[in-house]
Design a protein around this ligand. Structure first.
Ligand SMILES: Cc1ncc(COP(=O)(O)O)c(C=O)c1O
Length: 492
């Protein structure tokens, strides 16, 4: 095991000393209770750490400083759009009127909040080209599932619910796509990708018949490529009575430049926590807003937030064909406030800069790295570039994962590894539009230096990272056997 340059921090329990206290607890002014008598053998020590205030402050400050985030460094995690979330978003989300309103308040007392929801819907309708936007889903995967529920409700309303059993999913798709289809009771058929990185139209043709409920297409695809046959694919699916869902996690490549609603899609999901700069959170809270065309409107989750002819925003509960609620209340309201702030701060005129600069930055990285890490497909990319480290595996026994781990020692967050699954030794780099040329150059210099190390001293990559408080983790164990309980670990 290589030696690490940073000592592992102690847990707060190891710093605990009996009797040490960090707070002035007020004198008890209620009658004392004999807990022993009340609880008997059920009485257990809470095992709280006993520690002074200064040591507690230092402990948590130091822990916060070994965390890595977009505000500490470059975070090119492909497919996740780790752009900077402007601070003004937080300021507006913290305004008392928004932060302290309660979802059970009568609608008439939260007219301003409803107005925000409606405005976000209207702006996203304009950006995507869809007839309707719904903000209820709370994650991208949740948005996918909601769209499939709409597709299912649509087929059922036409008496074709039983017949249409299959959802087509490209082999490059994010894992949530087949999972969402399965959650909705569909069987999944995979559509292969052709040698150019596009949907294989011949293979698609062979899968088409009246059992197809729809297709889930990611555009730009997870290969970072714009699907040139998108209109044709939509027509092919529509011709057999299926519907087309767009996985819009990659909307950052299209904002202000092109609209999926104009490409022939019937519905899509958006990740507000990617494209529209709301925080990703630790698995949430996010917002997987969905867009849909008029023929899916009757099935929208309820209540529908809608501007009436009098200009007032209302909650429409009278929706007999609705699929029902998909989340409590109206989704993650404060995320919508953040997204609204972002949209207004950008403004309509500058909106296209998001996609222009994110595409430019990804192509810059691609061009700078192409001699050491060839792109999976030899054509310009969209907002992320997909590179392969196959050569290093073949010739030096160095894998994409080793390159990523070594990048940590150079002070950068690794890109996404091994996704999409169809690219061997895949590195998926998404710089986003918020990074400067200097940062991109520093990152590319580090990647080039690491590739050189892979040829001359591969073990330095195998052993990485050595600059962190933990070394190389067992990734499988971390996923399958997660144990974040210090007492549990101490006992085992
Ligand atoms: C292409 C793609 N689709 C869907 C999702 C799912 O989004 P979420 O993680 O918000 O559920 C992701 C997430 O990374 C993604 O990259």
């Amino acid at each position: 095991m290589p030696s690490r340059t940073v000592p592992a921090p102690q847990s707060i329990f190891e710093k605990s000393r009996p009797g040490r206290i960090g707070a002035n607890i007020p004198h008890c002014d209620t009658p004392e209770v004999d807990l022993e008598a009340v609880l008997g053998s059920r009485r257990k020590s809470l095992r709280l750490p006993e520690i002074g205030e200064l040591d507690a402050i230092r402990h948590f400050t130091n822990l916060s400083q070994i965390n890595y985030g977009i505000e500490t460094g470059f975070y090119p995690l492909g497919s996740c759009t780790m752009k900077y979330n402007p601070k003004i978003n937080e300021k507006t989300a913290g305004l008392t009127g928004f932060a302290y309103s309660h979802p059970l308040q009568p609608a008439a007392t939260v007219a301003g909040n409803l107005e925000i929801l409606c405005r976000v819907q209207e702006i996203l309708e304009a950006i995507t080209g869809f007839d309707h936007i719904c903000l209820q889903p709370v994650a991208g995967a949740h948005g996918e599932m909601t769209c499939l529920m709409l597709i299912k409700a649509y087929h059922e309303s036409r008496g074709e619910g039983d017949q249409r059993r299959f959802i087509l999913v490209p082999d490059s798709a994010h894992g949530t796509n087949p999972a969402s289809a399965a959650r909705c009771g569909y069987d999944v058929k995979h559509v292969p990708t052709d040698a150019d990185g596009n949907t294989d139209l011949t293979a698609l043709e062979e899968l088409l018949d009246n059992t197809v409920a729809g297709i889930m297409l990611t555009n730009p695809s997870t290969l970072g490529l714009f699907e040139p046959n998108i209109e044709k694919i939509c027509r092919m699916i529509h011709d057999v009575g299926g519907l087309v869902f767009c996985d819009g996690a990659n909307m950052n490549a299209m904002v202000g430049t092109t609209r999926p609603g104009d490409h022939g899609f019937d519905c899509m999901h958006l990740n507000l926590h990617k494209t529209f700069s709301t925080p990703h959170g630790g698995g949430g809270p996010g917002c997987g807003a969905i867009g849909l065309m008029g023929h899916l409107e009757p099935f929208l989750p309820k209540p529908v937030v809608r501007r009436g002819t009098d200009g007032q925003v209302k909650l429409d509960e009278d929706r007999p064909q609705s699929i029902g609620r998909v989340s409590s209340f109206y989704g993650q309201f404060l995320m919508e406030v953040r997204a609204y702030t972002y949209l207004m701060a950008y403004g309509k005129e500058r909106m296209a800069n998001i996609s222009r600069f994110s595409v430019l930055n990804a192509n810059y990285v691609r061009a700078r790295l192409k001699d050491v890490l060839p792109p999976a497909h030899d054509r310009p990319c969209m907002h992320e570039c997909i590179l392969t480290a196959e050569k290093y595996k073949r010739e030096y026994g160095v894998r994409a994962l080793d390159i990523s781990k070594r990048l940590i020692d150079y002070g950068f967050h690794p890109p996404t590894n091994y996704f999409p699954l169809i690219v061997p030794e895949c590195l998926m780099i998404e710089p986003t539009e918020t990074e400067s040329k200097e940062t991109l150059d520093a990152f590319c210099d580090a990647m080039i230096a690491i590739c050189h190390e892979a040829e001359t001293n591969p073990d330095v990559l195998h052993d990485a990272p050595t600059s962190q408080v933990v070394g190389r983790l067992d990734e499988t164990k971390a996923v399958k056997d997660l144990d974040v309980n210090w007492f549990g670990q101490a006992a085992s």
